[in-house]
Design a protein around this ligand. Structure first.
Ligand SMILES: O=C(CO)COP(=O)(O)O
Length: 249
């Protein structure tokens, strides 16, 4: 069984102005100085992508936080996968729970966005996760596996797909599931991936996200089938994000 190279990804969400680009330069310097046995990605707001690619150096890749399902056209305010690719990005996040909630994105819409990204040779980071009510009702596994099945496009491959498991109740709250709960959900996602891609499903990276900090990164990243992290708040500062990257030193 292939263990994939880990990916530690930062999602800046709607945070950051030009002054924050120094954090990306600093992050690259820290990694270049200290080594890290993982891929490192920052997904800034669209307005900073161009400058972020220039600031990122050798060790940090840059990605988008969302894309439209179409390549171009009359969609005011939207950004296409082709535009994100054109700026030098290699990844795009799709289906984050904040977009599912704020913009009513369904699995079908997320799948269309991931398809657009993959057709532009971007890796799609497809986000899934249960709400607190769903977990309390004992439905976490069925909700998450159904989201994974419904959000992976028909033409996806193991190489251009990353899954991020982010329990909605753990995002920005300082609360995290137990290691056993993370292991259970990641194993269920792995089963869906091997059903879907055969043995290659073992090489798809499954990230954990939700209140990942330097203090808990090592424990969370050592759980079976956790192949990296998707980090919100702690990715905004180079020092704290590097503290998470160091789980893979
Ligand atoms: O939503 C997240 C990343 O996409 C997680 O956010 P926090 O790390 O701030 O909990």
């Amino acid at each position: 069984m292939t263990t994939p190279k880990a990916l530690v990804a930062g999602n800046w969400k709607m945070n950051g102005v030009a002054a924050n680009l120094a954090e990306i330069e600093k992050l690259n310097d820290l990694i270049a100085g200290g080594g890290a046995n993982c891929d490192v990605l920052i997904c800034p707001p669209f307005t900073l992508i161009h400058q972020s690619v220039q600031a990122a150096g050798e060790r940090v890749e840059i990605g988008g936080q969302d894309c439209h399902a179409n390549i171009s056209g009359a969609h005011t305010g939207d950004v296409s996968a082709a535009m994100i690719k054109d700026q030098g990005c290699s990844y795009v996040i799709v289906g984050h729970s904040e977009r599912r909630t704020d913009h009513g994105e369904t699995d079908e819409m997320v799948s269309s966005k991931a398809d657009a990204a993959q057709k532009e040779e971007l890796v799609a980071i497809i986000c899934v996760g249960e709400t607190e009510a769903e977990r309390d009702a004992g439905d976490a596994l069925s909700v998450v596996t159904s989201q994974v099945r419904g959000s992976i496009p028909a033409d996806a491959t193991a190489d251009n797909t990353v899954i991020a498991y982010e329990p909605v109740w753990a995002i920005g709250t300082g609360r995290t599931p137990t290691a056993d709960d993370v292991a259970e959900v990641h194993a269920a996602i792995r089963n869906v991936l091997t059903e879907r891609f055969g043995d290659a499903g073992n090489s798809v990276r499954i990230l954990y996200g939700g209140s990942v900090k330097p203090e808990n990164a090592r424990e969370l990243m050592s759980v079976a089938n956790v192949n990296g992290a998707l980090v919100g708040g702690a990715s905004l500062k180079a020092d704290s994000f590097y503290g998470i990257v160091q789980a893979y030193d």
